[in-house]
Design a binder for this molecule. Structure first.
Ligand code: TRP
Length: 476
């Protein structure tokens, strides 16, 4: 065991044992493929079997590659297909696909990821502490899962403030409405709690993962920052940064990156992210860079060197692996674990089985779409939960659980009563698919047009201002 891991064998956690098993499995495979001596292979297999027995004793579960135990459990993206956990939904930072047309089973995901459901009690607490009605994303379960949100509220009640951290991987110039979800919600949190916000633009990540140049990724950062700023963030309370710029300019940020790097092993990131031996080393160390903004000491210009300002991260649930890793290392480097609020995915027009993808123009409504494009896309591509003929629809009604137009309205139609009425009428058959689509089109068109108008007002100087490291305006 390397000194990064610390613990001796006697005190191994289920996760460490799991990693040991992964490594042993790999050793057996490589011995076999290198046609090593039989005795050597046998010895390695014996150890593998023994570890499997230990694992079963410790966790009560059979060891399965790609299916880690408890809180660290995720499905890897590029491990062998046979490693996937029994026909379950696939959710990680690079893939989202559900086995059912209703989309990902989010309750199951909470159990698998070891997070907590945002229940009625938490909703009421958020309302009480913020003094505001909960955002409709919370009321409607779009933000559905959390880690340690109660602690954030406990501290806030005692006048100990916190900061928000979210981010965006700038993989293209074209952002779609789904990308706005975490930002719309983060803006609401910033307003109701009156707290600072940092937004990480992971241009380095996109350079490492995609076939793009550094210049392209950096340009996308600036273009995407304009869309983010157009969501209405307060320049006095918001710092947007490009990894490519900020990493080199901030000694404190880089120190935190290095601390994380020292305390996470290759085996751990393999288990969490599914990296393989042939992934470039940039990918393997990248998770430390996404972890660093979770610690207030990474931003001395904002927090004046304070190490203990709690962090709350609103994000889509596919980003959780990064923060499970972050929460795992935080106490080992003497820093606070970040808290999280997780959202569901924004479904593709074609159906809730997958999320919107910027690379398929027909799967998404882009922030640059014209009213006409919006109308055509919704009419042509939005998956319908209606019946095939008007007569059948009138008789049996439509299914709002799979109907993409209805799902989109749950994101963007703020009026609860109107939404409830649409649901009733669609389910009873009184409202036809074409009529439902029309309501969606008429909701999206002004929303996108207003976004475009606000984006036009965002000047290069404003972007520059948001992206300059500086003190922010807040009282703690
Ligand atoms: N990895 C994210 C993406 O590809 C970007 C990101 C960085 C992020 N830090 C984050 C997202 C914090 C949510 C919260 O989009």
């Amino acid at each position: 065991m390397t000194d990064c891991q610390g613990d001796g064998e006697g005190t191994m956690s289920p996760m460490e044992l799991f990693e040991k098993l992964n490594a042993q499995g790999e050793k057996v495979r490589s011995l076999k493929s290198a046609k090593a001596e039989k005795a050597e292979i046998d010895a390695a297999v014996q150890l593998l079997l023994k570890l499997k027995v230990d694992y079963k004793q410790m966790t009560g579960q059979d060891y399965k590659a790609g299916c880690p135990p408890s809180e660290n459990l995720i499905v890897s993206n590029n491990g062998p297909a046979a490693d996937d956990c029994d026909g379950e939904d696939l959710v990680d930072p690079w893939n989202v696909s559900a086995s059912s047309t209703k989309g990902v089973d989010y309750d199951k995901l909470i159990v698998r990821f070891g997070s907590s459901k945002i229940d009625k009690e938490l909703l009421e607490r958020i309302e009480k502490v913020s003094g505001q009605r909960a955002h409709h994303f919370l009321r409607r379960g779009i933000f559905f899962s959390h880690r340690d949100m109660h602690q954030i509220l406990d501290a806030y009640e005692k006048h100990k403030s916190f900061y928000l951290y979210t981010g965006r991987g700038p993989s293209s110039e074209a952002m779609h409405v789904g990308h706005l979800i975490p930002f719309i919600f983060t803006k609401w949190l910033q307003d109701v709690f009156d707290i600072p916000l940092v937004i990480q633009m992971t241009d380095d990540e996109k350079y490492l993962w995609k076939d793009l140049t550094l210049e392209e990724c950096h340009r996308f950062t600036v273009e995407n920052a304009k869309d983010i700023i157009a969501c209405g963030f307060d320049v006095n309370k918001t710092f947007i940064f490009s990894d490519l710029d900020y990493m080199g300019a901030s000694p404190q940020f880089y120190r935190n990156v290095v601390k994380v790097q020292k305390h996470v092993t290759f085996n751990q990131v393999k288990g969490i992210f599914g990296f393989t031996d042939s992934d470039c080393i940039g990918k393997i160390s990248f998770p430390a860079i996404q972890a660093a903004p979770s610690f207030s000491s990474s931003f001395p210009q904002i927090f004046g060197g304070k190490k203990d300002v709690p962090c709350l991260i609103p994000c889509a649930i596919d980003q959780d692996p990064y923060f499970r890793m972050t929460r795992d290392v935080a106490p080992r480097i003497g820093l606070l674990k970040p808290a999280l609020l997780h959202s569901t995915f924004f479904p593709a027009l074609q159906g809730a089985q997958t999320k919107m993808s910027a690379s398929d123009p027909n799967s998404s409504i882009f922030l640059t779409d014209t009213p006409k494009q919006i109308k055509n896309k919704v009419n042509k591509h939005a998956f319908s939960g209606g019946k095939d003929t008007v007569e059948e629809h009138r008789k049996y009604g439509g299914n709002t659980e799979v109907d993409v137009s209805f799902l989109y309205l749950t994101f963007f139609l703020e009026d609860d009563e109107k939404l409830e009425k649409i649901k009733e009428d669609y389910t009873s058959g009184a409202l036809l698919t074409g009529e439902l689509k029309k309501i969606l089109i008429e909701t999206l068109q002004p929303m996108i047009a207003q976004h475009q108008e606000r984006r036009k007002q965002v000047t290069d100087e404003m972007v520059q201002q948001f992206m300059t490291p500086r003190p922010l305006n807040f009282k703690f």
